[in-house]
Design a protein around this ligand. Structure first.
Ligand SMILES: Cc1ncc(COP(=O)(O)O)c(C=O)c1O
Length: 405
């Protein structure tokens, strides 16, 4: 059981009033709030340790390097990664996917190849592949959804062929909260030896992710969605890709030796980390990981699943509400609309009561097109949310419906 009172005390922003009402923050899918220990960790780094990493002999540089590399270890251990060098620091999920797309285009992907995505991908896991496809006569194949908005795995199997060179899939849909069945995806992909990239932006915050068990080729996530700072995230490479992924972005730090004739690149994570990274961000990301690990990802999952079920049950009792991707097993997210009303209007009125929800297409316009809607109202939960907040939200939502009708 989670002691939400104790947890909430660690988040200074949650004590605020917004528009005269206590803040109810249900926009965690976009970004989570930060516990004080993460905020202080960033400030402490700049107050005491700030220095550039990896090539300095002076004390501060060695201290900063140690903290940065310790952060890599903490994050690797959280995701059950065997070798911490398989964890590459990036600017976040979008950056990680772009790195993989640029790198695979150098060697692995050829003209005329095919990549499989799903209908519910975030634009960040569509556009890098679309850019590649446009430049290389490639084709993007899309896994359709069943009537209940879950992935159609039978249709997926039919999309696979010797031309398939990658499957790039969201672990959890940011709009629907549905969890992709990766065992089914892996079993079918194995028949054609197709590598798999998992966009973990919405799974890392909500559930245990064991990358040894998951056994995919690439996994990405963003720190800011897991109580960490913005502008930092990771790209996990399987052992094979840590050896084989061509370097697409180069620069200081990625090398062993350079001459004008030839460069020998470093081995391990540094090979893929050009330039000065977000040092304080990576260290604070590790602090956020310690925060969730002290609570336990399974405990967080169960707490948020309870919140989803509590909210879903009440939303279903409101006749004007249409829920998308309704399911008993979801990761922290519910999307819905009020019949005949624009989601922006619903979101704007809820904001007057201090309730922060997200409205719009959630960077999943292809999904919106398939659903035949412009957007939804999305509520997404974090470890600090409570059933009482949901009850308050439901009460105010009913008022909003009356006001709009
Ligand atoms: C499923 C999914 N993929 C990718 C992203 C992009 O993440 P970032 O903006 O942190 O790069 C998001 C952000 O909302 C997301 O939900």
């Amino acid at each position: 059981m989670i002691d939400t009172k104790k947890i909430r005390e660690q988040f200074p922003i949650l004590t605020q009033k917004v528009n005269g009402a206590p803040l109810i923050y249900f926009d965690n899918g976009a970004t989570t709030q930060k516990p004080l220990r993460v905020i202080e960790n960033i400030s402490e780094f700049y107050k005491t340790t700030n220095s550039n990493i990896h090539r300095g002999v002076h004390t501060l540089s060695r201290l900063a390097t140690d903290q940065f590399e310790q952060a890599r270890k903490t994050i690797a251990s959280h995701f059950h990664v065997k070798n911490d060098q398989q964890v590459i620091f990036t600017a976040g999920t979008t950056d990680s996917i772009n790195i993989v797309a640029e790198s695979l285009a150098k060697k692995h992907l050829q003209n005329g190849d095919e990549i499989i995505l799903s209908t519910y991908e975030h634009h960040s896991n569509i556009l890098p592949w679309q850019l590649w496809a446009q430049a290389n006569e490639g084709t993007l194949k899309v896994i359709p959804l069943k009537e209940n908005q879950s992935l159609d795995y039978e249709a997926f199997e039919k999309l696979l062929s010797p031309k398939t060179k990658l499957i790039a899939l969201a672990h959890v849909s940011n709009t629907l909260g549905l969890i992709s069945d990766l065992e089914k995806i892996k079993a079918a992909a194995a028949k054609f030896h197709v590598p798999i990239l998992i966009d973990g932006a919405q799974s890392a915050p909500h559930m245990t992710v064991d990358l040894q068990k998951l056994d995919v080729d690439f996994y990405t996530c963003s720190a800011h969605k897991i109580y960490g700072p913005t502008g930092v995230g990771i790209l996990y490479l399987s052992e094979k890709w840590l050896r084989d992924l061509p370097v697409a972005r180069s620069g200081g730090g990625t090398i062993k030796t350079v001459s004008f004739e030839k460069t020998v690149y470093a081995e391990g994570a540094l090979r893929y980390e050009p330039g000065t990274p977000n040092i304080s961000g990576a260290i604070a990301f590790a602090e956020a990981i310690k925060f969730v690990d002290e609570i336990g990802m399974q405990t967080i999952f169960e707490h948020e699943e309870e919140l989803v079920q509590h909210a879903q049950k009440q939303l279903k009792q409101i006749p004007e509400v249409v829920i998308y991707g309704e399911n008993d097993h979801k990761a922290g997210v519910i999307s819905f609309n009020i019949k005949g009303q624009h989601p922006f209007d619903v979101g704007t009125l809820l904001d007057k009561y201090g309730i922060a929800v997200r409205t719009g297409h959630h960077c999943t316009q292809p999904l919106m097109n398939v659903l035949g809607i412009q957007g939804t109202v999305r509520i997404s939960f974090a470890v600090y949310n409570t059933k009482e907040e949901i009850d308050f939200f439901i009460e105010k939502l009913k008022k909003v419906i009356t006001m709009l009708n």
